[in-house]
Ligand binder design. Structure first.
Ligand SMILES: NC(=O)c1ccc[n+]([C@@H]2O[C@H](COP(=O)([O-])OP(=O)(O)OC[C@H]3O[C@@H](n4cnc5c(N)ncnc54)[C@H](OP(=O)(O)O)[C@@H]3O)[C@@H](O)[C@H]2O)c1
Length: 508
């Protein structure tokens, strides 16, 4: 990455969980890698009353606890803290607080030479996005002919198509689309970017990357923990809105899109939008047949006991919010005609894993089945987003010896062991890109709306249904119906324990 240009990064919600766990440590990571300009400053804005010194102490503690690169480099840390400030707000939509913020920014621009360039990062609960944007607009902070002004918005961007359109309209009141950066931190992950490299920088994949050779695609984003302290937010959202509309759809779009004409933001995002627009719309009957929702009950995962979703803090005792969903989708275009995509996500599942599994069709003749003691499994291409980012090819190989025994073997590529380095934190890459003005890894207005247009009919059908989510025990792979969803098709989820782990034939 190139060094970022002069910039004041303003974090709204600076006292929050995300800012402390990811954003401030990520900014330290950029400083440590020498990717921040000398003309950089960080300004926190939130309602907790704090002086600059107190905020610096909070940032220092957050960096010491959460930084990716350890041990902490005292010189870099001091450099960063010397250009860190804080403005206490009466409220996020309070006019006087915003006036103080703008005055402080003008005064500090002169100290740090930031030239009036500003990136406003909205890291508050979504209800605060509109008042903040309105205040920025009314204080003339959104455009300035001599400098660059940008807006970075955290997820969720809306809760349905209508609210996403409204939020887009609010942002467009004051900012041009070229100034708006809607974040999905999955796009900052190395493996997710590597999906495009794998598909378009290797000639072997493109001829077989279609329904003729691929049987189906599975995308899993599984968490082993429950909602923890985020019950209040989660109960209004649920797994479909929280994970499928953004992270899983982004992964699916990168797997399914056509080759872009160039590697610029517009060309890539044009192709992703086409994928969303090609997803077959679900009528209520399809929602019934092609979606599953579940809710975790009380139980034990490893050494952790959970009382169940309905007993979580800030969750309604009669909540019908899903903590698990599995969905079968079709992308009705030339490449994917009739081939299913299976998506699943949930909390309190048997392991924490995010992966894409591209399962190829079996060979046309099952020549080896009769002679083999064990079944011959189809080839899988597994793209692991987390943990241990990498790519694995599952092939079939002959076991040594006189008989024709076939065993699943894997060609494994792991980021860590190949490049002898941890993949950088997604937020580091994304913050740097937003300061630089590169929108490739951010979501465009029409993209976010097209994704909600797919989700809305499912939410509406679920809300109208008499049936609530199916209970599932913590530490499992979700409710029974999730297995049936794929098994009735004659397929099975990857990693459900039925297939033997492959022998690692080659570790790159
Ligand atoms: N945390 C994560 O892991 C995560 C992951 C992905 C996306 N996000 C998104 O990032 C944003 C920030 O998340 P977060 O977890 O950092 O949120 P948070 O800790 O709940 O809130 C951030 C800050 O906003 C202020 N705030 C909280 N509730 C408020 C309310 N009801 N009214 C006005 N201000 C309020 C608080 O600061 P003051 O009281 O000091 O003003 C708080 O420190 C959200 O949009 C979230 O969806 C978070």
């Amino acid at each position: 990455m190139a060094t970022t240009p002069a910039c004041a990064l303003v974090i709204f919600g600076a006292s929050g969980d995300l800012a402390q766990r990811k954003l401030v440590p990520g900014i330290y990571g950029l400083a440590k890698e020498k990717l921040l300009s000398e003309q950089f400053m960080l300004v926190g804005f939130a309602r907790h009353e704090m002086t600059d010194e107190q905020y610096r102490d909070e940032c220092k503690a957050a960096i010491e606890k959460h930084a990716r690169l350890k041990p902490i480099d005292a010189e870099v840390l001091n450099w960063l803290l010397q250009r860190t400030y804080y403005v206490t707000a009466a409220d996020y939509g309070d006019d006087q607080s915003h006036k103080r913020l703008q005055d402080r920014l003008t005064e500090l621009d002169a100290v740090h030479g930031t030239g009036g360039n500003r990136l406003f990062y909205l890291s508050t609960p979504p209800a605060q996005f509109e008042p903040i944007i309105d205040c920025l607009g009314q204080h003339g902070a959104c455009s300035y002919e001599k400098a660059v002004r940008r807006l970075l918005v955290e997820k969720p961007f809306g809760t349905d198509l209508t609210s996403a359109r409204e939020l887009n309209a609010i942002a467009h009141r004051y900012f041009d689309e070229s100034q708006i950066f809607r974040i999905d931190h999955f796009l900052g992950k190395e493996t997710v970017q590597n999906l495009m490299v794998m598909r378009f920088a290797n000639a072997i994949f493109e001829p077989i990357w279609n329904y003729k050779y691929i049987d189906h695609v599975q995308i899993t984003v599984a968490e082993s923990l429950g909602v923890g302290t985020r019950g209040g937010y989660y109960d209004k959202s649920g797994a479909l809105r929280d994970m499928v509309q953004n992270h899983i759809f982004q992964l699916m779009a990168l797997v399914a899109m056509e080759p872009p004409v160039a590697l610029d933001a517009q060309s890539i995002r044009d192709e992703k939008v086409k994928v969303y627009r090609s997803i077959r719309a679900m009528r209520p009957v399809h929602v019934d047949q092609q979606t599953v929702r579940g809710q975790y009950t009380g139980g034990v995962i490893g050494t952790v006991t959970t009382a169940g979703y309905l007993k979580e803090k800030d969750v309604a005792a009669n909540s019908r919010t899903e903590t698990f969903t599995a969905i079968k989708l079709f992308i009705d275009n030339w490449r994917w005609s009739g081939m299913p995509f299976f998506l699943r996500t949930g909390k309190c599942l048997s392991e924490k894993v995010s992966e894409v599994v591209v399962r190829f069709r079996s060979p046309p003749l099952t020549l080896f089945q009769k002679q083999c003691e064990s079944p011959v499994y189809p080839n899988d291409l597994i793209i692991r987003v987390q943990p241990d980012e990498g790519i694995s090819w599952r092939l079939n190989g002959k076991m040594p010896g006189g008989s024709m025994n076939i065993r699943s073997v894997a060609l494994d590529f792991s980021y860590k062991s190949t490049f002898h380095a941890e993949a950088p934190e997604a937020y580091e890459r994304l913050i740097a890109d937003a300061m630089t003005g590169d929108q490739t890894l951010f979501i465009r207005a029409d993209e976010v709306e097209a994704a909600w247009a797919v989700i809305d009919p499912i939410e509406i059908a679920w809300a109208a249904s008499k049936r609530g989510p199916e209970p599932y025990a913590p530490g499992t792979w979700g409710p029974e119906s999730a297995q049936k969803l794929i098994e009735l098709d004659g397929r099975r989820w990857h990693g459900n324990g039925e297939e033997p782990e492959p022998i690692i034939a080659c570790s790159l």
